[in-house]
Design a protein around this ligand. Structure first.
Ligand code: TXD
Length: 313
């Protein structure tokens, strides 16, 4: 049975998601946007690209939630992106309002979907989405850690002149300046990173990873990163659709794991046919614990701001 994948938001990331999902033939695609013509135009263009490669995928563009009913996977990028000088947190009020409407519609039209949230400020928006939609916490997850880990991995590969596929790494915590790249949980050709790179260089790479989004916004001026975020969202969707049970760093609901309760934050999770099937608790050094807890505090502080905006959160 062909899967139905709805993309809510047909902007930079949404359009790229649609193209990548088509190339991988993961399912039929509903590209939804309030800017209906944007959704229709991109869906039609990508549909025509499938005839070049003989891909068996159907796409539609729409602004009607009726077309999204009974989706298997929903990936949400609806909202506004940062402009130069803005922080992810600056997007909160605007995107919170948008995600309330999206969450209510998802509840009404696709209550059994696996929902991947990408909209920033990610950790809060995914938490709000779960509350507004009322979907189970294992079926609502945020994309951030895969992107942040991909940036960390890329910078290390450039420095060490090693193919990215030979590097395993992890970034935990909130998707912001307090994110926690994990050098002690990073291997290069199976060897511990700490034996291969000078501390000063590593610190520079960690700092560049934390600022990875802003670096791209500075170049693009009119938008933020979209190829790597889209590729990261597709990896999560594919692990669910094909029951790959991959361990991936994602913003997941914590109910006591890592000493955190009733909060979404970036941790390693197993994604399979039941959604977020398990939160993986890795051993953290005292320094890593301290950095992780600082990041959790930043998420909690922003969540308090969100609750001041909407008391129902
Ligand atoms: O790692 C991560 N999670 C981040 C997420 C990585 C990069 C970008 N991050 C955030 O994703 C970014 O800060 C934004 O909040 C979202 C989407 O970024 P994108 O670059 O795709 O933004 P665009 O191109 O502005 O697209 C957003 C689309 C646009 O077409 C709007 O018309 C649409 O969202 N939109 C809506 N669609 C549906 N429903 C509603 N209400 C709506 N409002 C706007």
């Amino acid at each position: 049975m062909t899967k139905k994948i709805t993309l809510i938001g047909a902007g930079q990331i949404g359009g790229t998601l649609a193209h990548l999902i088509s190339i991988k033939e993961l399912g039929d695609i509903v590209l939804f946007d309030v800017a209906e013509d944007l959704a229709k135009g991109k869906a039609l263009d990508i549909a025509q690209s499938t005839s070049v490669d003989g891909l068996n995928v159907n796409l539609i563009g729409t602004s009607s939630y009726k077309d999204t009913e009974n989706s298997d996977v929903i990936i949400i990028t609806a909202g506004v992106a940062r402009k130069p000088g803005m922080t992810r947190d600056d997007l909160l009020a605007t995107n919170l309002k948008i995600i309330k409407k999206v969450g209510e519609e998802v509840k009404r039209t696709s209550p059994n979907a696996f929902v991947i949230c990408i909209t920033n400020p990610l950790d809060i928006i995914v938490m709000a989405l779960q509350k507004y939609s009322g979907l189970p916490t294992n079926k609502v997850v945020g994309m951030a850690g895969i992107l942040d880990s991909s940036r960390f991995k890329y910078f290390l590969s450039q420095e060490l002149k090693v193919p990215v596929k030979n590097i395993e790494t992890l970034v935990l915590g909130g998707h912001g300046d307090t994110m926690v790249p994990m050098p002690n949980h990073t291997t290069v050709n199976g060897k511990s990173l700490s034996d291969l790179i000078k501390k000063e260089k590593l610190e520079l790479i960690i700092d560049r990873t934390r600022k990875g989004g802003a670096e791209i916004i500075k170049f693009l001026q009119k938008g933020s990163a979209f190829y790597a975020p889209a590729a990261s969202g597709v990896e999560m969707a594919e692990s669910y659709l094909k029951d790959l049970k991959k361990t991936l760093p994602c913003a997941a609901y914590l109910n006591g794991e890592y000493g955190v309760k009733h909060l979404y934050a970036g941790v390693p999770v197993v994604i399979g046919k039941n959604g977020v099937e398990k939160v993986i608790e890795i051993n953290l050094s005292n320094e890593e614990k301290e950095q992780f807890n600082l990041s959790i505090k930043a998420v909690k502080d922003l969540y308090q701001t969100a609750k001041n905006i909407d008391k129902n959160l």
